[in-house]
Ligand binder design. Structure first.
Ligand SMILES: *Cc1c(COP(=O)(O)O)cnc(C)c1O
Length: 361
């Protein structure tokens, strides 16, 4: 095996299969899926796989990603996840078909920019159902703003409303809070005398409601990233299995630069590590240890990396080194490579690190 390490390998076939599974599950409940690519730095191969898997829109938090997709295919529906900055309003109108919005000033700026561009821009008003990230906080404020957009902002189209849960406030999507979103959507629809295109009920963390058959009527859209890309959170945190979703779409391969037997307890007076912490160590005698050439700068948190080889245990890292322990009879040599699955955090960082090669397979 030749190549430059470390490498983040992305299995396109498995990713398309994951996307198809989630899209089909959602379709059975009359729900559209926006595939979310922000966790992989907007990787184009990933975005194309989500498209192939049937996701109705491609969504990211960064306008740069959406710009790339529009350059590939101007007809690819794009959705901006982070509420827009005033300083990027022109780009939002140019590259996002839909944006999530929670401020009157932003709506006004979008309306003006769309007018200048001779376009109509679609907005999804965000409602904060208690998670305390973005959104109008009460029903009346949401409805009032929806009516303003509908009646006063000629260059905006009120595509719908949406919410975000399980982020800052770690609030669980439930029949009650998503029911409220659906109710507000109903109120708006009555007053504007048409159906809203989108009632967006959250992200991966809303899938358990769907699986248990409890998703409130009227929710017709979700924005899914983690569940499609990694599927680590649903089985572990939510105890929901959407078998057979792959958990190994993303694999980190890194190269061994040292393999030696060493004590498991540092020798000398333990003081402060490279990050200002005062760590403790368990003495498990002499162990076989390997150092890999990849570090916190690339993956941020080694505890969220999972070795594919069960005889390998991650024990620590520094900015540029990952240290693993190897079971007794397993021998490694310098130049060998080890592979890891991962949770969301390492995926986000690995996909953003200029020192990690990304490879679609
Ligand atoms: C990141 C994000 C999502 C996707 O979240 P996952 O947990 O990866 O499914 C959806 N909506 C918004 C607004 C986001 O910022």
């Amino acid at each position: 095996m030749t190549g430059i390490y470390p490498v983040l390998k992305i299995n396109q076939v498995k990713l398309v299969q994951n996307a198809k599974m989630i899209v089909e599950l959602c379709q059975n409940h009359h729900i559209q899926v926006a595939g979310v690519s922000k966790g992989v730095n907007g990787d184009v191969g990933v975005a194309l796989a989500l498209k192939e898997g049937g996701c109705q829109q491609i969504a990211s938090s960064r306008i740069e990603h959406l710009k790339t997709y529009k350059a590939i295919d101007p007809n690819w529906p794009t959705l901006l996840l982070r509420i827009p900055m005033i300083s990027e309003i022109e780009e939002v109108v140019a590259y996002a078909d839909y944006s999530l919005v929670s401020e009157y000033e932003t709506l006004n700026a979008l309306n003006d920019a769309a007018k200048r561009a001779g376009q109509v821009h679609k907005v999804i008003l965000m409602m904060d159902l208690g998670d305390l990230r973005e959104g109008f906080f009460d029903d009346e404020a949401t409805i009032e703003m929806a009516l303003k957009v509908e009646k006063e902002m000629a260059h905006l189209c009120l595509a719908g409303i949406g919410t975000n849960l399980g982020c800052y406030g770690a609030i669980k999507p439930t029949v009650e809070n998503l029911g409220r979103l659906s109710h507000v959507a109903n109120c708006i629809e009555m007053q504007i005398d048409r159906k809203l295109e989108i009632v967006s009920g959250g992200a991966t963390s809303s899938l358990p409601l769907l699986v248990s058959g409890k998703m409130p009527q009227g929710i017709n859209h979700l924005r899914v990233g983690e569940g499609l890309l990694l599927n680590m959170d649903l089985p572990e945190i939510w105890e929901v299995e959407i078998a057979p979703l792959h958990q190994d779409v993303f694999i980190l391969e890194a190269q061994v630069v040292e393999f030696k037997e060493k004590p498991s307890h540092p020798v000398g007076e333990i003081f402060i590590d490279a990050f200002g912490n005062r760590p403790t160590y368990e003495d498990r005698g002499i162990q076989r240890r390997a150092i890999l050439a990849v570090g916190k700068q690339d993956f941020a948190n080694e505890e969220k990396l999972i070795p594919l080889d069960p005889s390998i245990r991650v024990i620590g890292s520094s900015s540029d080194h990952l240290i693993v322990e190897v079971d007794g009879d397993r021998a490694l040599k310098v130049g060998d490579t080890l592979s890891f699955r991962m949770y969301y955090g390492p995926m986000l960082h690995l996909a953003t690190s200029p020192y990690v090669r990304r490879m679609l397979i």
